[in-house]
Design a binder for this molecule. Sequence first.
Ligand SMILES: Cc1cc2nc3c(=O)[nH]c(=O)nc-3n(C[C@H](O)[C@H](O)[C@H](O)COP(=O)(O)OP(=O)(O)OC[C@H]3O[C@@H](n4cnc5c(N)ncnc54)[C@H](O)[C@@H]3O)c2cc1C
Length: 391
Amino acid sequence: MKLGKRSNKSTARRQVDVLVVGGGVTGAGVGYGLARKGVKVCVIDDTPSVDRASRSNMGLIWVQSKALGVPEYMRWGFNSSRLFPELVRELEDASGIHIPYNPTGGLIPTVGEAEYASRSNYIEGLKKEAGSFGYNGSMISRSELEKLLPKIRFGEEVCGAAWCEEDGFLEPLKMMFAMRKGMVNHGGQFIPECRALSVAREGAGYVVKTSAGEIACEKLVLAGGLSNRQLGSWFDVRVPVTPDRAQDLLTERVNEKVLPIPVLGLCQTPGGTIMVGYKHEYVGTDTGFTPEAVASEGRWATSVWPDLAKLRVIRCWSCLRVMPKDGLPIYDTVPGHKNVFVFNCHSAVTLAGIHSATLPDYVLTGALPEDGRIFKLSRFDKTEGHEEEDE
Ligand SMILES: Cc1cc2nc3c(=O)[nH]c(=O)nc-3n(C[C@H](O)[C@H](O)[C@H](O)COP(=O)(O)OP(=O)(O)OC[C@H]3O[C@@H](n4cnc5c(N)ncnc54)[C@H](O)[C@@H]3O)c2cc1C
């Protein structure tokens, strides 16, 4: 549907300063930050069908492998991780919801010498690019890895790992619910099961027709995950995000904390189950599940941790990541609409720290910190992208 003009006002219409379409971790975080500043904000969230990433992720705060060739993104990630202690404290106070948060560091074990060498090269590259900012990560030997995770008997071929103390784990659903509740407690509105259907321009603002009536706003934030492709089309703008399918498996509970430090692709949930998943598949919006893919994840996981094979698998599922074409975030306004914002990214859990510190101000003033300014839509006119190797 294209942008139209409208004149007839509905009486039942809500009026807000900012309307955020999409109440996943990105939209809820922006809504929370705006409400905290006293802005009259409303976040609407459709019943998720395709856009389930905020409800199916691993909860890693993962910065150590972001991202060779883009030092701005590396700094953005590390700075985000450093903002979590304050964000978690603040969200817990605002919402009354406890958010399990473990800034334990994170590990990428290497299986075989070739993998160790290639990971070392990657880390060396990141260190060079970090310059005076510094890169707080390193390669460690097998014996150092064993000291960090003494309850794991590693596979014979594991010869070491990449280690970064600024990674960690956070319970992502609790954070998202805390953002929503914190926003409401600060005076914002959250409307669940509400779908944005169309938009029309009215004066200097916009009126969005939703399944729960019309909402008029001065500023509009599109934070609909993969659905930003449709929402962008309202304004004739192409939002190049791609569904990137993950297939995960979950084992039965292990009573003790065997994995106090998360491993990329393998982590222990607060409930004690072990979650495995690292695959990236580009199969459109197909959320099908293939036993072969899950079996190959199991093979990889047991090559790292052979005793995992003794645990029963209790659940497998697939879900879609929201992957910008080059793996980097998108923070921009729509051409010709300086009050309509497009926010998309992979790793929105990791980036929640920096998002809550910067995106509300971006919506209010149009200003982003320097590192954030490269993440414009216009880059897709010229780039083919780099390799994304995250959660
Ligand atoms: C398997 C998996 C593991 C991951 N692991 C990690 C991890 O460990 N760490 C990390 O940082 N990231 C991880 N991610 C990525 C992270 O989950 C996503 O980056 C994040 O969820 C994106 O959030 P979002 O709010 O931008 O989009 P979404 O989660 O897609 O939310 C968008 C919301 O918008 C709503 N919406 C869409 N259209 C409309 C409409 N028309 N009207 C109203 N509402 C609408 C949807 O219902 C949805 O709730 C993982 C993702 C997956 C799939």
